[in-house]
Design a protein around this ligand. Structure first.
Ligand SMILES: C[S@@+](CC[C@H](N)C(=O)[O-])C[C@H]1O[C@@H](n2cnc3c(N)ncnc32)[C@H](O)[C@@H]1O
Length: 252
């Protein structure tokens, strides 16, 4: 299947200026003698590179028939959920997609999540109605929507077996709660990806904002994998940084 929809259907290709931005750019360049590159900056939850990473990872698990359903933990208004559903419709239409979110944004940050001062309660809030509308507009089957705090919906509302998981929760507390339950349900060969996994030893980005680094995610993830056979690898995602691991084929 092609993946041109990632750039065509939504404003995920943030570096290609839209016609109105191009016009504004030209005016500002001529009048103020300034380059307007920052206006092409991405304000979405992810970018084209992040969508492409997930496109290829879900395709891999679906094409190779890794058993289990698919979960997105931290779905916001469903943009990545659409990418996932489209891939599943091509390679594994029988698989159920489960998505999880408070739809009230982040919980009150505590501990390190609070002291690093990046997030506050309610940041990233999104509308369940928008998610449903997007799926309907594209004629896609709705995912199973598990609305509520992860601490209330996970693990009780999780499928028994998972072939692909996308954890995009921003906070240490949320990632720490979710990861052990996902890990326990991943089939051998299943893939779990993280929305933000910033590792400056792999690719240091001094210029990018703290919200694109979400340090709590890496901390919670690294703590979890300290005694596991797998480890997380960084995937380039421009101003973001994704991560992923593949569940060992050797059952513990
Ligand atoms: C970065 S956004 C997800 C973006 C989405 N995956 C995408 O690619 O478009 C993170 C989401 O996690 C949710 N979230 C984080 N911690 C949560 C928790 N403990 N319970 C419920 N939702 C939570 C927030 O509401 C927010 O919508």
């Amino acid at each position: 299947m092609d993946n041109a929809f990632i750039a065509k259907e939504f404003k995920w290709d943030c570096r290609s200026l839209r016609p109105r931005q191009r016009l504004l750019s030209r005016v500002v360049e001529r009048v103020l003698k300034l380059q307007l590159a920052p206006l092409s900056f991405c304000w979405e939850n992810a970018n084209v590179e992040a969508r492409m990473n997930v496109f290829h990872l879900v395709s891999q698990t679906a094409f190779y028939r890794v058993p289990g359903d698919v979960v997105e933990i931290g779905c916001n208004s469903g943009e990545m959920s659409i990418v996932i559903r489209k891939v599943l419709d091509t390679y594994a239409p029988h698989k159920t997609l489960h998505v999880y979110d408070s739809f009230e944004g982040l919980p009150e940050p505590a501990g390190d999540d609070s002291s690093n001062g990046i997030y506050k309660s309610g940041d990233m809030s999104a509308s369940r109605r928008v998610l449903v509308g997007r799926f309907e507009q594209l004629g896609l089957d709705l995912p199973h929507i598990h609305q509520g705090w992860f601490e209330d919906t996970i693990p009780s509302q999780m499928p028994d077996q998972i072939s692909f998981a996308y954890i995009d929760a921003d906070l240490y507390s949320s990632t720490k709660h979710v990861l052990p339950h996902v890990y326990a349900r991943l089939s051998p060969g299943a893939i779990c990806a993280f929305g933000v996994y910033y590792d400056e030893t792999v690719f240091r980005r001094d210029e990018t904002w703290d919200t694109f680094k979400s340090p709590g995610v890496k901390r919670a993830t690294d703590e979890f994998f300290a005694d596991k056979p797998e480890s997380v690898s960084v995937l380039y995602a421009n101003e973001y940084s994704n991560g992923y691991f593949r569940k060992s084929l050797d059952e513990a």
